[in-house]
Write a protein that binds this ligand. Structure first.
Ligand SMILES: Cc1ncc(COP(=O)(O)O)c(C=O)c1O
Length: 365
């Protein structure tokens, strides 16, 4: 049995530190917006090399609150990719803006800068590029389009902790960026969590207010807000894990290299790596026209896989009101029918890879 993902081995490796960190919070008697959150925010901002990180309750809320803090709201349109995880669009919609879509590059499966112009209308206010699977978007031309049209850019970094574009970390390019600390992320809490990173002091301050009922100072509220806080226990867990992030990502890079070699002679297409990208390999996604049959075959052999994601945003029932039909975004639609995520986590044993590759090589549709 090779599970798709497995979090217990990592926990066992850091168990003593994790239990001590959680204990510190329990002993402190302080659970919301305290020392752990403050310290994690500083440490995460320092890791990224930005001025501010603000802990919030989830990656979805990070997108929502970053957009809202940047002044995006009802009547505005926000462009993102059709093949993203649904919460990207949940976050956009929560701001009051209307999500709109632009097709992706057939190689990287991230926003195709050449498709942005056609998606821009007089109401377009922001772009949310998604560094999908941990492969960075081609940020320079995206930022150039944003500059030309005076648009806000909020990077969706839910899958991109530690990934780099032209040497710089994802999460440092836009007006703000949104991170998720969902447990399976490259930097994952033991529950929900998220953060907004930014070097814009006004955006940071506004997210701080919005996450805490719009409070300016105690019981004085200057903006209608929400309850969306990273809690002290999750922040304490993340402080233990952050120093390991680069080593865990390096293990993923090694595993991706081994997958690439082992799968070279098989019928599946291995992930495209753009020359300017240093992905964090959050997911290892291969492509085949026989995806569903291959997934079923691997399941029979005890090899876990998942599909990220089988249905593009515009073909989800929840977004039928966008009025977009099949055929609107052919690159994303084709990818949704072909992508298959293989097991990928730092603790995956390297000897699992030849076993998975052999199973794929033996597959006959
Ligand atoms: C691309 C992307 N955006 C946003 C999110 C939302 O993050 P969360 O689950 O923490 O709300 C996720 C993760 O689930 C994601 O993968």
């Amino acid at each position: 049995m090779i599970p798709y993902v497995e979090l217990k081995t990592q926990f066992k490796a850091i168990e003593t530190e994790i239990r001590a960190a959680i204990d510190t919070v329990l002993e402190s008697g302080w659970f919301i917006l305290g020392e752990q959150v403050r310290a994690f925010e500083q440490e995460f901002a320092a890791y990224l090399g930005v001025e501010h990180a603000v802990g919030v309750a989830s990656g979805t809320d990070a997108i929502h609150l970053a957009l809202r803090a940047a002044g995006v709201g009802p009547g505005d349109e926000v462009i993102t990719a059709p093949n993203t995880c649904v919460p990207t669009v949940c976050g956009i919609a929560a701001s009051g803006a209307t999500p709109t879509l632009a097709d992706v590059d057939p190689g990287t499966l991230t926003l195709d800068p050449a498709k942005l112009d056609a998606a821009i209308t007089p109401r377009t206010r922001a772009i949310v590029p998604v560094h999908l699977y941990g492969h960075p978007c081609d940020m320079d031309p995206i930022l150039e389009v944003a500059r030309q049209h005076n648009l806000i850019v909020v990077e969706d970094c839910a899958q991109a902790h530690g990934a780099r574009y032209k040497g710089a970390l994802c999460g440092t390019f836009g007006h703000a960026a949104a991170f998720s600390f969902y447990p399976t992320k490259n930097l994952g809490a033991y529950g929900d969590g998220g953060a907004v990173s930014t070097s814009d002091a006004q955006i940071a301050e506004q997210v701080r207010r919005l996450r805490n009922y719009g409070e300016e100072h105690r019981y004085h509220h200057t903006v209608e807000g929400f309850n969306s806080r990273l809690d002290e226990i999750q922040a304490a867990v993340l402080r233990v894990k952050l120093p390991h992030l680069d080593a865990w990502n390096a293990a993923r890079v090694r595993l991706a290299g081994a997958y690439g070699e082992a799968l070279a002679e098989t019928s599946v297409a291995t992930p495209h790596l753009a020359p300017w990208a240093l992905p964090n390999h959050h997911l290892y996604v291969v492509r085949t026209r026989h995806r569903d049959a291959l997934q079923a075959q691997l399941k029979e052999l005890g090899i876990g896989t998942l599909i990220h994601y089988p249905v593009p945003i515009h073909l989800q029932g929840a977004y039928s009101h966008l009025g977009l039909q099949r055929g609107a975004f052919p690159v994303a639609e084709q990818a949704c029918g072909e992508v298959l995520s293989l097991p990928m986590y730092p603790e995956l044993q390297p000897d699992a890879i030849p076993i998975i590759a052999r199973a794929i090589a033996d597959f006959r549709p």
